[in-house]
Design a binder for this molecule. Structure first.
Ligand code: GLA
Length: 719
């Protein structure tokens, strides 16, 4: 709910409030946290005017603003950096008006849907005839707030936007603890913690894609006087930047938006530039942030038609690689059908002369020697009740390809030098409309001519050859690239709404809300080793719902790094996301085959809960010895607990585990998966007193101490 009064503007979400106070020509954010009551005047409790600020109304040296720029007395990091028509960098935006408006469409960008109300704040720089408009959208069913900023040029001369962040949140106090999610291929989104007392912390995504190096999702934990956690994310798939600036004045500024590196934009007279949408949330703890992010992504980012159970897949990549034939594929298919799986995915290698990663990207015509005809394969799979999935990497071109020989001009490159190869491949120049059409048709081809029900859209490298503004254009290459990519995806998902798309970028290098606006799930990492996956998934699940996190029982990194783990542990870890297999299911022993059949049956029976239940992380693998979580149904009558013990120190006391999210008053039966034991206890006892699972672990260790991870899956049902 949004209320706009003479002095205060108040935004309420189900459990949080944000309050702005107007005085003179400034607007200050005076509160953001747990929902609080309306008061005629919050001034009774505090004087908003900063004690150490100067007396003039436009002095913002310590004010908690919704934006910041040079020229208004502030010396912190800025969210708005312009170059005015006269070459100057100073602006003075004064508060003009507030209104509840329709949520604006951000041209060429995906953004959240289903908002309840949108607040528009307008600031104006009268000297340069510019307007800054900020939008805050609240939702009925989540505490997440979506925000974006538009710079409007009302003058008769062009203005250059050097940097425009999507949102700025100024907070009281310093000493925030920053949880960022950084990594590399096969080690995506590993949680990092940094405490910031004074200075600037910045995440700088400059890979052209969201990147393995740093995800735009991050959290901050407040110092005790403020309390609680804040989470942030960005609906964008290109270069991004997150800035946290703790000032010596004991205040902290948080900003998130597009990266300003090589990203100047010219706004013509009468025109505007609108940033991608940022989202943020306040919650009392990490779980409150994560659960809100999950409900927001499921209900307001992922297209509503995909809010249904996702199929159990078998992907042949890790075991067969580039070298497969129809007979082998059908052998997988028959086993998959027998085990209860629902979809078979042909990964890389089905096209051109693709026998390794050195050729053929762009030649999206099937190699019949391997496939025996994809259309007929798709039909054969359908006949035995399996869906047909296919991999494609449509944004890429191999120098050794027919496409390259026919259209060298399609390659993204600086005309003055050779482009940089990564995994033997180059980017197609998606700023060329002819290339956009080519990319669209490449994907459409696998849907209409090969009968794909599912498309895994890969992107195996970073952008290193964007060389500046595109032919006289007013935007930089990377931004235009992302916009055009979205345009192609948008057209495809509109024309083929029933196809299930899965995002991928050398594992999880493009895991973001922009991609999720089109594709409901993303391949989380090429690393399927359960030990590493626990960390990767735990971090990913803080910002993204389990329905988006593709997780397979597999080999480690395509077989390259195999730790000592057991099938049951691989299964238990893959239960955290959209479940499938990525290993040789034709080579399983009889007992393994039986185990896999039971696993698939278990997942299918519980998949709705596992994909959409409320997900409480109880213990973090980053903090200690285990990762444990409870996934609880909406009515709290069913839950599944997943416990992954990573470290087994010798001769220490093994304490109890407790649960979260269960109803204190319900009585539950708890059964460990694969065992005939059961426990009965009331919810309050389980939530607080806990259970000693170590007895289960310990007994089992006697014979199998070699495994590097020990897991427990508990089925919890109200009786
Ligand atoms: C990337 C993906 C893998 C697989 C290979 C194929 O690495 O992340 O899952 O599709 O490409 O080359």
């Amino acid at each position: 709910m949004i209320s706009i009064g003479e002095k205060y503007i108040k935004l309420d979400t189900p459990y949080t409030s944000m309050i702005f106070c107007r005085y003179s020509e400034l607007l200050e954010k005076v509160y953001y946290g747990k929902r609080i009551s309306d008061m005629p005047d919050y001034d009774i409790l505090t004087s908003h005017k900063r004690k150490y600020g100067h007396s003039s109304s436009d002095d913002v040296i310590t004010a908690n603003m919704t934006f910041s720029c040079y020229g208004m007395g502030c010396d912190r990091e800025y969210s708005v950096e312009l170059k005015n028509y006269d070459g100057g960098y100073a602006n003075k935006f004064l508060f003009k008006s507030a209104a509840v408006v329709d949520k604006p469409v951000i041209d060429g960008m995906p953004s959240s849907y289903g908002g309840a109300e949108t607040l528009e704040l307008v600031y104006e720089d009268r000297d340069y005839n510019l307007e800054l408009r900020q939008y805050f959208t609240v939702f009925d069913d989540t505490d997440v707030i979506a925000a974006s900023t538009r710079l409007v040029n009302l003058s008769g001369k062009a203005v250059t936007v050097k940097s425009l962040m999507s949102c700025q949140l100024d907070l009281d106090e310093s000493g925030y603890e920053i949880y960022s999610f950084t990594g590399a291929w096969a080690r995506e989104r590993f949680q990092q913690k940094n405490k910031l007392d004074c200075g600037v912390f910045s995440n700088n995504g400059k890979a052209g894609i969201t990147s393995h190096a740093v995800n735009p999702f991050f959290m901050i934990k407040s110092p005790a006087r403020v309390g609680g956690f804040y989470g942030f994310n960005l609906v964008y798939s290109g270069n991004h930047k997150e800035v946290i600036n703790a000032s010596p004045m004991n205040i902290t500024r948080v900003m998130i938006g597009m990266n300003d590196f090589a990203a100047e934009k010219t706004v013509a007279p009468g025109g505007y530039f609108h940033t991608p949408e940022a989202v943020f949330v306040y919650g009392k703890d990490k779980n409150a942030v994560a659960i809100n992010m999950h409900s927001f992504v499921n209900g307001h980012i992922i297209p509503a038609r995909h809010k249904k159970d996702r199929p159990v897949a078998i992907n042949i990549w890790s075991s067969l690689g580039f070298d497969f034939n129809r007979e082998e594929v059908m052998e997988y298919a028959k086993k998959a059908e027998k085990f209860g799986m629902e979809m078979l995915i042909i990964d890389d290698g089905w096209f051109g002369n693709r026998n390794d990663d050195a050729s053929s990207l762009g030649d999206w015509t099937e190699c019949e020697k391997k496939t025996g005809g994809l259309k007929s394969l798709s039909e054969e799979l359908h006949k035995i009740g399996l869906k047909f999935g296919i991999w494609i990497e449509p944004e890429m071109i191999s120098p050794n390809s027919d496409l390259f020989r026919a259209h060298p001009e399609y390659v993204l490159r600086n005309p003055k030098r050779e482009p940089i190869l990564e995994r033997n491949q180059l980017y197609l120049d998606l700023t060329n409309p002819e290339v956009m059409d080519f990319v669209y048709k490449s994907v459409e081809n696998v849907i209409i001519n090969y009968g794909a029900d599912y498309v895994k859209w890969d992107c195996n490298r970073n952008v290193f050859d964007a060389y500046g503004l595109i032919g006289g254009a007013d935007e930089d290459y990377c931004y235009r690239y992302v916009k055009n990519l979205y345009a192609v995806m948008d057209k495809l998902v509109k024309n083929y709404p029933d196809v299930l798309f899965e995002g991928c970028a050398a594992g999880g290098g493009r895991f973001d809300l922009g991609i999720l606006s089109y594709m409901p799930q993303i391949w989380t990492s090429d690393n399927c080793c359960p030990v590493d996956r626990v960390y990767i998934q735990e971090s990913t699940l803080l910002g993204y719902p389990q329905s988006a996190v593709s997780a397979h029982v597999g080999l480690a990194v395509s077989g390259a790094l195999d730790r000592k783990t057991r099938l049951k542990d691989r299964f238990a870890v893959a239960l955290e996301g959209v479940f499938g297999y990525e290993c040789d299911i034709t080579a399983l022993s009889e007992s393994e085959a039986e185990e896999v059949t039971r696993q698939v049956e278990f997942y299918k029976k519980n998949r709705h809960l596992l994909q959409y239940g409320k997900n409480y992380l109880v213990e973090s693998a980053f903090d200690g010895f285990a990762s444990s979580r409870v996934i609880v149904s909406e009515d709290k009558s069913r839950a599944i607990a997943l416990i992954y013990k990573m470290v087994n120190p010798f001769n220490t006391e093994q304490n109890k585990y407790r649960f979260e999210g269960l109803d204190d008053d319900f009585v539950y039966r708890i059964k460990p998966y694969g065992s005939d034991k059961e426990f009965i206890a009331k919810g309050d006892v389980l939530n607080s007193y806990g259970l000693d699972f170590n007895n289960l672990f310990l007994r089992e260790w006697k014979g199998e101490y070699y495994s590097e991870i020990h897991t427990l899956v508990l089925i919890i049902e109200k009786i």
